[in-house]
Design a protein. Sequence first.
Length: 65
Amino acid sequence: MGWGGFTMMTLTMLLFWGGVVALVVIVLRRLPHDGSATRILEQRLAKGEIDTEEFDRIRRTLDSR
């Protein structure tokens, strides 16, 4: 094979693993955001620290990310 084959094999493996990592990142970003930020926001609404208008505005901002 020589150096050309080794180089192509290395580039192919880097491309493959880069694609796998990119796919995982894309899938994780598309999952619904029901994380701690939303829970904290709901708790602040329940405590009366924010009103429903501010709750809706902040939640829309979080959902757009």
